[in-house]
Design a protein around this ligand. Structure first.
Ligand code: NAD
Length: 419
């Protein structure tokens, strides 16, 4: 199988969308080259006394619309091309949501499940020490991504603050609420996915109760999206995590599944057993009989190999880059609507923006205020992407890219090239 390169995927969509926008190569080529790419070596003392070396990355794609913003991923498949693609998607996502940030992303090539908490903390603190010269509340503001969480953000913020000599909350978002995190941040990406999925149902004239949804990935994004769509009355027919998936044509009891996982730390979906609930593979989930499919795990899940077999009518991309370029055109030919990641999962960075604003002002909002503002921003982004797709008579993905590229290129023209 051809090696999938998410950065080439990004360039391909960028080129197509820029052409549709009538841009000359000179006007948008800067978006093909991240402004800064950093690779750091992370030697860590393991609990058994040995020393292990890990590789970390931070890529700062574009700062034309504001400070760099983007999460940090801990995963064994992290490499420079993946982080570059993720950083560019952040630039486009912030532009689609119309928040004043550029794009960045970071990662460490590590399987964190193989580390103790102490090893994880040392790795995290070393990583921040190594990228500290290029981050800061007005420079580059990291956040959580796959396999990183509020505890890891707390270690990051603390390490950065120790180096500065004073508490610097606004350097990291997704922190625990006790340390200046925003109410609603933990749920924000899944909530944004729910808002966009419901807007699509409204648009198609579907009732939530009659809409079947399958969700791949049961972590921060997929688990919360499942919970919130379930609360809206949708029938969640399938969910999965890295261990495999569950399927029930009559709808899964998401509250029970979440309670089971909460009560049994370390257990996964494969450990959940209930009459009427079938165990399926992740491939089966992608192609199962459903109305909406929400990939919310990793990139490259909907490919030329499985796109033909997808039965869903609408795909809402909770994950970043879950659909390859080849698969995207197969979906279009089949009349499947794909709501792109740079719109569908923007809720996380929107509430990260709210957290940053609250930190800078040292003035904190209620959960209601956060959720109301999030809904306003997501609704406005949804409307803009639809308008753009209609105006250029194209897919929602291209409509979103055209919107984002247009905004960044206009800002770049106003700045001019320095020197
Ligand atoms: P997470 O680590 O909380 O959860 C990932 C989930 O995917 C887990 O349930 C894991 O078991 C599952 N998974 C991993 N590999 C899988 C595989 N091969 N098949 C099926 N399931 C698999 O991560 P997350 O924060 O929920 O992120 C998921 C996706 O959403 C990523 O693409 C991430 O970049 C994107 N995203 C996250 C945020 C955020 O705020 N956390 C924001 C925007 C986008």
């Amino acid at each position: 199988m051809k090696k999938y390169n998410p950065y080439q995927n990004m360039i391909s969509i960028l080129e197509d969308s820029a052409k549709m926008l009538g841009l000359q190569e000179d006007e948008y080529s800067f978006l093909k080259y991240p402004e800064r790419e950093i690779k750091v070596s992370l030697p860590i003392r393991m609990d058994d006394g040995s020393v292990k070396h890990f590789e970390g990355f931070r890529v700062q794609h574009c700062s034309i619309c504001g400070p760099y913003k983007g999460g940090i991923r801990y995963h064994q498949s992290v490499d420079l091309d993946e982080v570059k693609a993720l950083s560019a998607w952040m630039s486009f996502k912030c532009a689609v949501a119309d928040i004043p940030f550029g794009g960045a992303k970071g990662g460490i090539k590590v399987d964190p499940s193989q580390l103790s908490q102490k090893e994880l903390e040392r790795l995290t603190r070393k990583y921040i020490t190594m990228i500290e010269p290029v981050i800061g509340p007005h420079v580059d503001i990291p956040a959580p991504d796959v396999n990183t969480n509020a505890q890891i953000m707390a270690w990051m913020m603390d390490t950065y603050s120790h180096i500065q000599g004073y508490r610097t909350g606004a350097v990291i978002t997704g922190k625990p609420v006790e340390l200046g995190g925003s109410l609603g941040r933990a749920e924000a990406t899944g909530r944004g996915v729910m808002i966009i999925a419901c807007r699509m149902m409204d648009h198609l004239g579907r009732s939530y109760q009659d809409t079947r949804v399958a969700i791949q990935g049961f972590g921060n994004v997929g688990g919360i999206a499942a919970k919130l769509l379930y609360e809206q009355g949708c029938k969640i027919v399938a969910v999965s995590d890295v261990s495999g998936g569950l399927y029930c044509a009559n709808g899964l009891k998401i509250d029970e599944i979440r309670a089971f996982l909460g009560d049994h730390p370390g257990k996964m979906l494969e450990d959940y057993h209930k009459e009427g609930v079938k165990h399926i593979s992740n491939d089966q989930l992608i192609c199962c009989d459903t109305d909406f499919l929400i990939p919310a795990a990793l990139e490259n899940q909907i490919t030329a190999e499985n796109a033909e077999k997808i039965q869903a009518k609408v795909i809402v991309e909770g994950a970043n880059g879950p659909t390859t370029v080849e698969a995207d055109s197969i979906l279009q030919d089949k009349g499947i609507i794909a709501v792109p990641d740079i719109l569908a999962n923007a809720g996380g960075v929107v509430v990260s923006y709210f957290e940053w604003v609250q930190n800078l002002q040292s003035y904190y909002w209620s959960l209601d205020e956060v959720n109301t503002r999030l809904k306003d921003v997501m609704d406005a982004a949804f409307d803009r992407v639809f308008e753009s797709a209609e105006k250029y008579d194209t897919s929602l993905r291209k409509g979103a890219y055209i919107l984002a590229i247009g905004k960044i290129v206009e800002a770049q023209k106003k700045l001019g090239l320095f020197p």
